[in-house]
Ligand binder design. Structure first.
Ligand SMILES: Nc1ncnc2c1ncn2[C@@H]1O[C@H](COP(=O)(O)OP(=O)(O)OP(=O)(O)O)[C@@H](O)[C@H]1O
Length: 258
């Protein structure tokens, strides 16, 4: 199995606080990895450092053999990293398809020259993007694919999450980062969403998925391996059942060692 993402001694410091404390991880291409840990343990900081939102204080991030440590967010995206955020980040008044197509903006040349002098090529690439978006949505929900031009505000939480995931997927990433995708969902929606994640895995078998989630049922069902963070440090790593039985993990979560 080839390594897709490797971080070495990744340190992210805010003043005296080490949000990530010399974190070294290595994720295989095609793996589904869960990142768990108590509140404030550095999970989102890990995603923010990978995607260039936070500049690491020191350490390295290598994606598919290329050093992306100090790249700005847009370049990290072009290297094949897409993500979703803890809080839904969709334009609610815009249509489903417009929101999804944002993920393919780099594939459509919408500049003035293209718009005026290469109109047919521009139209073709726009049409292609609509079709790719429709196909991505159809994989998760027939109703979304049939209501492409409806505003996002009409849809419930699970469909909004699906739209966000499709926006990330249409960019054709090598690495997909999902930050608490089940947040705000009911129990039934969460279960449905777990099936969606497994469907993503079947549809995009070479893509690595890293998921932050507090719902342990989700982790148990979808993650092949888990990394546990506490105060920015990796305290355990391995299959879900193994890490959850680890006394260090129990101490971090429950405050006592068994
Ligand atoms: N921009 C920032 N400035 C200062 N401190 C920050 C910043 N971002 C994160 N932190 C701090 O870094 C630590 C890790 O935060 P982070 O959001 O990564 O934790 P988390 O594990 O994702 O938490 P949660 O499960 O609550 O989302 C926290 O103490 C947080 O307050």
């Amino acid at each position: 199995m080839t390594t897709l993402l490797k971080t070495e001694d990744l340190l992210v410091q805010f003043g005296g606080l080490k949000a990530l404390d010399r974190l070294s991880v290595s994720f295989d291409a095609g793996a589904i990895v869960g990142v768990i840990g108590p509140n404030g343990s550095g999970k989102t900081t890990f995603f923010n450092a990978i995607t260039g939102l936070y500049q690491p204080t020191s350490g390295t991030i290598v994606l598919d053999g290329e050093d992306i440590t100090d790249l700005p967010t847009a370049d990290v995206f072009r290297h094949g990293v897409s993500r979703t955020f803890q809080r839904c980040r969709l334009c609610l008044d815009m249509s489903v398809v417009d929101n999804v197509m944002v993920g393919r903006h780099h594939k459509v040349d919408a500049g003035f020259f293209s718009n005026v002098f290469r109109r047919s090529r521009y139209r073709k690439s726009l049409k292609e993007s609509v079709e790719v978006s429709r196909e991505a949505l159809a994989n998760f929900s027939g109703s979304l694919a049939e209501n492409l031009f409806e505003p996002v505000s009409k849809f419930n939480m699970i469909d909004r999450r699906r739209i966000e995931v499709c926006r990330a997927l249409v960019a054709e990433p090598k690495l997909l980062l999902l930050d608490e995708p089940a947040a705000g969902m009911t129990l039934d929606e969460t279960r449905e969403f777990m099936d969606d994640i497994l469907r993503i895995r079947d549809l995009y078998p070479r893509m690595t998925i890293v998921i932050i989630e507090h719902e342990m049922d989700v982790m148990q069902r979808v993650a092949e391996t888990c990394v546990v963070l506490s105060f920015g440090r990796k305290i355990s790593e391995g299959p879900f059942e193994q890490v959850i039985a680890d006394p260090w993990v129990q101490e971090a979560y429950l405050g006592k060692r068994s």
